[in-house]
Design a protein around this ligand. Structure first.
Ligand code: PLP
Length: 474
């Protein structure tokens, strides 16, 4: 009960705009503030309660309305309640035997998500994050093309080389598939993107032909719906045409942008054609605000997941059980034990309804539009990098001394230099967090994210005012 009080206090502070969202200390100093020692003999309960309070005292409040730092933010209270229940039930998602209700929920929710994608059939599974979901897509695609690969390995292909394609804006986990699965990252071909960050499809086709001419076997194209940095959407239909022409697997990484499928207003044209994909990654723990972690991977073709990943462990997946063993979903995955990530999503969906998710998406997009408008109206103080397609707003803050200087590469370099300094000041002040990064030839810029339901227009105003308060003298 004491712990629940501590947790409720943390939630209250998270939602209190007067509370700071972090108390920053450098690691060496943080170590002196904490007692992390593992003792030989157990400590009294009161010490543990204090440990819990101390832990949360120094934790960044990622659900605070001024946390614009990550793609997963917010603290959806119903989803959190779901996570509490999940922890209390403490079960493993491999068999119906020990997780009957959760297994059925998984089936219902994933079925609904496939319907929203636009498929009548198919199969899906929850994975520990979008990176692993992308890996499942890769494995299924290779298995689909070379069913013997599972048993025979590379010998199946002799000296032939598989190659995959993705844009230079894709999430790094796509490239990681090439490393993890033995292709080598040289065989994950980066297709150039245009000035909006969208894949250039004529380049995709050119690179496919180039690799074919070298005797390679193209088999997989990753199309990103909502790129991690800029929030760009690759043109699905054009990419699908190329995949059809060359008989390649089309995977859509909608880990970030998938949530917009709920929105009648914003779904098109961004995700138009998504039903043409062979597989789709979609992370509820991002735009939908489900608690970390909750990621899904969907396949148009049923049966592929099980045939690709099944190992038939005799001690777990016996075929002569009391019930229909199709519900033992654990044999579809490359893990053994699997965390229960479904209950918090199911409960949240019940609370919001499908229409509630749609409203959430529209609200987030409106916040992004509002921020863009505010930036455009203060051109001396802020510089928008590009008009965003999603809730990623990329911009520079311009301190006083640079406001009269015309925009140039020299000015961009200087803005790129001050961006991390301003971020540091934000963290020391503890009043808000906005992420930054460089990209290609563009020096450091801020990328603000809206995915928390707690954020309002006044928080957007606060963000810009606070940047100026902390950074005007830079
Ligand atoms: C976040 C993200 C991922 C990775 O998801 P994790 O859950 O962090 O592993 C993959 N692709 C895209 C486009 C993303 O934005």
């Amino acid at each position: 009960m004491k712990l629940v009080e501590i947790l409720l206090d943390f939630i209250k502070d998270t939602n209190d705009r007067k509370c700071k969202l972090l108390e920053f200390h450098h690691p060496e100093h943080m170590l002196t503030l904490l007692d992390l020692d593992l003792p030989d003999t157990g400590l009294p309960l009161q010490t543990l309660i204090n440990d819990c309070a101390t832990t949360l005292k120094y934790q960044v409040k990622t659900g605070h309305p001024r946390f614009f730092n990550q793609l997963s933010c917010g603290l959806d209270i119903v989803s959190m309640a779901g996570e509490w229940l999940t922890a209390t039930a403490n079960t493993n998602m491999f068999t119906y035997e020990i997780a009957p209700v959760f297994i059925l929920m998984e089936s219902v929710v994933l079925n609904k998500m496939r319907q929203i994608i636009g498929w009548k059939h198919g199969d899906s599974i929850l994975a520990p994050g979008g990176s692993i979901s992308n890996l499942y897509a890769f494995l299924a695609a290779r298995h689909h093309m070379f069913p013997g690969y599972k048993e025979k390995g590379q010998a199946m292909l002799g000296s032939s080389q598989l190659v995959m394609f993705t844009s230079d804006q894709c999430h790094y986990s796509v490239k990681s598939c090439a490393a993890v699965c033995g292709l080598g990252t040289d065989h994950c071909v980066e297709v150039p993107s245009d000035e909006h960050g969208r894949m250039i499809v004529s380049e995709l086709e050119r690179l496919i032909l180039e690799r074919k001419a070298r005797g390679h076997i193209p088999f997989f194209v990753n199309c990103t719906s909502g790129t991690t940095v800029l929030g760009a959407f690759d043109p699905i239909n054009e990419i699908a045409d190329v995949c059809q022409k060359y008989k390649l697997w089309l995977h859509i990484d909608a880990a970030w942008g998938g949530g917009l499928l709920f929105s009648r207003k914003y779904r098109h044209p961004r995700l138009t054609g998504i039903d043409r994909a062979d597989s789709v990654t979609w992370n509820p723990h991002k735009l939908m605000g489900t608690l970390l972690q909750c990621s899904t991977i969907h396949f148009k073709q049923d049966g592929l997941l099980i045939s690709c990943n099944q190992m038939s462990a005799e001690y777990l997946f016996m075929q002569d059980k009391l019930y229909d063993v199709q519900y033992d979903t654990g044999d579809k995955v490359i893990q053994c034990g699997r965390h229960n990530d479904i209950f918090k999503l199911w409960l949240q969906w019940r609370a919001k309804g499908t229409v509630g998710f749609e409203e959430h998406m529209d609200h987030l997009m409106e916040l992004a539009e509002y921020l863009v408008e505010r930036i455009e109206n203060q051109k001396d103080m802020f510089h928008l990098l590009l008009k965003p397609e999603m809730v990623n707003v990329s911009f520079w803050y311009i301190p006083k001394r640079l406001r009269t200087m015309p925009h140039s590469t020299a000015k961009e370099a200087e803005l790129g230099r001050i961006t991390p300094i301003l971020k540091g000041r934000m963290m020391e002040a503890g009043t808000m967090m906005v992420g930054y990064q460089p990209q290609d030839r563009t020096p450091n810029f801020f990328r603000s994210i809206f995915s928390s339901a707690a954020v309002t227009k006044t928080d957007v105003d606060f963000m810009l005012n606070e940047m100026d308060r902390l950074g005007h003298d830079l």
